[in-house]
Structure formats: structure tokens, C-alpha cells
Design a protein around this ligand. Structure first.
Ligand code: TRH
Length: 386
């Protein structure tokens, strides 16, 4: 049983939904386990659809605060010091925030320093195991001499694991697919149902064309935003129109339903309702793993091409069969697509094997709380527990 503590989680939104998606999921899950969380974020707007009520202070255990206030002296003066700091993806808390906490160290009334964690990006590359849990001593600034710890999510026991809610398996088992689809006026008539959460993969148009000419009908469910714009750009006529044109758009055997912005739990429901899923970035990849349906991952592309090694390591970690691997390489623009076959049914056993292996491991929050407990024990301060 982990000690109950207070947490400051810092999030700067660089692009897309992943930064806030991960930081929110971590915040909400820690809170559901009794931890008290303040989430400092520079652009909280995606939370209005991802987690309704969070911005209005109606989320038990989590307070969402504007990033700018973390540098405001009048806010800092009255702020109860947190036991743990988690910065998402090296986002660096404001110098004023750090100075306020560490500047007074050594005074008789100073609280013990927080355990300061840098939560890194998910990767299956070797360095994640190598670097997970390493200290990074701060060489300058008001926190000079203190330590920040690297915490790497990952797929193995030697990493920080993956975010997973304690009630996830039970919720998935109780999920009523027909009822969820009926919310979007969908009644199935034998189609394969596929979700499409992607950037702008070159293979999207050809894949849609193939499905439209396939003997097997496909129903494509498309969440709003970049994915929706990408799919629309391959459609003709009215469906090409902007976000918000409701109803089904049909091209041959392919029909498409565009969805509004979903809550995070509903994003899971989308993945559970489908026979196969296209996902992107990191958080939706993890959700696709938990959904346990055949999926294709579009990795976030990096200008230095570092994503290529990251994709290869992930495919290795899944022991992906050849056709799954080939489809991934094509979808991520690493091949011309010749030879990549859409065969989700053949990928299903591998996905199930990865999912069940990962579910047997402790989740990220368990590992993070245990890590923090050990860090406090080693420092001799114990931290303040509630
Ligand atoms: O949005 P992303 O592409 O985020 C990416 C990656 O995280 C990448 O590593 C990062 O560097 C880059 O942004 C800047 O994909 P990701 O990570 O899957 O995050 C999407 C989140 O949005 C996920 O938490 C699910 C959530 N979501 C909803 O809650 N409702 C929705 O309707 C949709 C479409 C997504």
C-alpha cells in the first residue's frame, strides 16, 4: 500500500493531445488511488472534452491550475508544498516555483524537498531500461545539489510500466458494444468496424480506396481533429466539408462516421467497440494495447528520424509477425507500401499475447508510488503523509 501524498504535476502542451492526455490520465489515476494532485498546465482547453468537470474543479482529488500561476508570487506564498513533483516530458517547472521551494532550504521551517520526477516518453528502446530510475543531480539554480529522477514508462519489468486504471479490466468486460454504437445511431450489418486516429499518413488514401472496393464492408469511425481532416481530404463532395457534417458517408463498401471530441473513457470505448484500431502518438497506443484488438500505430514523426528506431524497437517488443510489421513500416512511410497487406485477423493472436503479458505487470502508478516511497525512505525524510 503506497503512502498517500500530495503531488504537483507539470504539463506544457507542445502539440496535439498527447502531453495533456498522459498528464491528465496520470493525475486522475493517482487521485483515484487517494493521492492529492495539482496539475499545472499551460493549455488546459483539451480537458473540457477529455475530462468534463476537471476545469471547473469538479474532479475529486485533482485541481487543475494555469501554468502562469506557478510563477505568481502571490500564489506561491499561500501554496502548500507538495511531496512529489512530476514534470511531464522534461517541461521544466517555472524557475520562480523552484526558487520558492528550494530557496528556503536549510531554514528551520523548510519542508523536506520534494521527490522530483521527470516522466519521460514511452519507448521500447534499450535506453528506457538503462535510464529508468537514474538520478540527475541538478548542477545549477536554486535546486542545485538536489536530484531529479528519470522515470521511463515501458513494456518491461525494468521500466516504469504503463498507465492502467485499476478498474480497467472490469470496465472492459462489462462494456456493451451495441449500446455504445447506438449512441452514434450505428446499427451494424456485418461490417468490420475500424477506428482511425492518425496524423496524415500517405497510406490513408490508398487504404480507404481499397476498403471501398473490398468485398467485405468496412465501417470507419473517425474521431475529431487532425484524423477527421485527414480522412475528409480523401473524400469527395459534401463529406469533404468541414468538421461537423453528421451522418454516414458512403463510398462503395466503405462507410464513414465522424465522431465529436470524446472523453478519455469514451475514447477507450471507441477502441473496444472496433474490430481493429488505428492509433497514433503514445497514449492512444497504450489504450490500443489494453483494448486488445488488432491495431496499427502511427508513431509521432521526428525530424531527425529517431522515430524509425523507436518503431522498430516497439515491433520487436511485440514480437510482431511479418505482415503486421510490414503494414506498420508502410503506414509510417518507411516503405512504398507494396507488399503491405491489411490482415488484422492474422495480427490478433500477437496483440492478445502482448496485452496479457503487460496486464500481468504492475502498472505505472503502482511503480511510481513505490519509487517515490523508496526515494523518501532513502533520504530519511519520509515526506509528509496524509
Ligand atoms: O495526440 P497525439 O498525437 O499526441 C502526440 C504524442 O503523445 C507524441 O508523443 C507527442 O510528442 C506529441 O503528441 C506532441 O496522440 P496520443 O499520445 O495518443 O494522445 C491522444 C490523447 O487524446 C489520448 O489521451 C486520447 C485522447 N483523446 C480523447 O480523449 N478524445 C478524443 O476524441 C481523441 C481523438 C483523443
Amino acid at each position: 500500500m503506497a503512502a498517500l501524498r500530495s503531488w504537483d504535476i507539470f504539463c506544457r502542451v507542445i502539440d496535439n493531445l498527447g502531453d495533456i492526455g498522459v498528464c491528465w490520465r496520470l493525475s486522475a489515476e493517482l487521485a483515484s488511488r487517494g493521492q492529492r494532485v495539482r496539475l499545472w498546465v499551460d493549455d488546459p482547453s483539451p480537458l473540457s472534452s477529455m475530462a468534463p468537470g476537471a476545469l471547473e474543479g469538479r474532479w475529486p482529488g485533482v485541481r487543475v491550475l494555469p501554468w502562469s500561476r506557478s510563477a505568481d508570487p502571490s500564489v506561491l506564498t499561500g501554496l502548500e508544498p507538495a511531496d512529489v513533483w512530476v514534470e511531464g516530458f522534461g517541461c521544466e517547472p517555472e524557475p520562480a516555483f523552484v526558487a520558492h521551494r528550494f530557496g528556503g532550504m536549510g531554514r528551520s521551517w523548510a519542508p523536506p524537498p520534494p521527490v522530483w520526477i521527470n516522466l519521460e516518453y514511452l519507448s521500447a528502446e534499450r535506453f528506457a531500461e538503462r535510464c529508468h530510475g537514474l538520478p540527475s543531480p541538478l548542477g545549477q539554480g536554486p535546486a542545485k545539489g538536489h536530484v531529479r529522477w528519470f522515470f521511463y514508462p515501458g513494456l518491461t519489468a525494468a521500466t516504469g510500466g504503463l498507465l492502467r486504471e485499476t478498474d480497467l479490466a472490469a470496465r472492459r468486460a462489462a462494456f456493451d458494444r451495441a449500446a455504445w454504437l447506438a449512441r452514434w445511431n450505428i446499427r451494424l450489418a456485418g461490417e468490420q468496424v475500424v477506428s482511425m486516429f492518425c496524423y496524415e499518413p500517405a497510406g490513408l488514401g490508398p487504404w480507404m480506396r481499397e476498403r471501398s472496393q473490398d468485398a467485405r464492408p468496412t465501417l470507419l469511425l473517425v474521431p475529431s481533429g487532425r484524423a477527421s481532416a485527414a480522412v475528409r481530404s480523401h473524400l469527395g463532395g459534401s463529406a469533404r466539408a468541414t468538421e461537423g457534417s453528421p451522418g454516414r458517408h458512403t463510398e462503395g463498401s466503405l462507410s464513414i462516421v465522424f465522431l465529436p471530441p470524446l472523453t478519455q473513457p469514451d475514447f477507450d470505448h471507441l477502441l473496444w467497440a472496433c474490430d481493429a484500431n488505428f492509433v497514433r502518438g503514445e497514449d492512444s497506443l497504450v489504450r490500443a494495447l489494453w483494448a486488445g484488438k488488432p491495431f496499427v500505430w502511427q508513431i509521432y514523426p521526428q525530424s531527425d528520424q529517431a522515430h524509425q528506431g523507436k518503431l522498430a524497437a516497439m515491433l520487436d517488443a511485440w514480437a510482431a509477425p511479418a505482415s503486421w510489421r510490414e503494414f506498420h513500416r508502410a503506414w509510417n512511410g518507411l516503405t512504398d507500401g507494396n507488399g503491405a497487406r491489411w490482415e488484422p485477423d492474422r495480427w490478433a493472436p500477437a496483440v492478445e499475447s502482448v496485452r496479457s503479458g503487460l496486464e500481468a505487470q504492475p502498472d505505472l502508478c503502482q511503480r511510481l508510488c513505490a519509487f517515490v516511497d523508496r526515494a523518501f525512505a532513502a533520504s530519511g525524510s519520509g515526506g509528509k503523509q496524509s
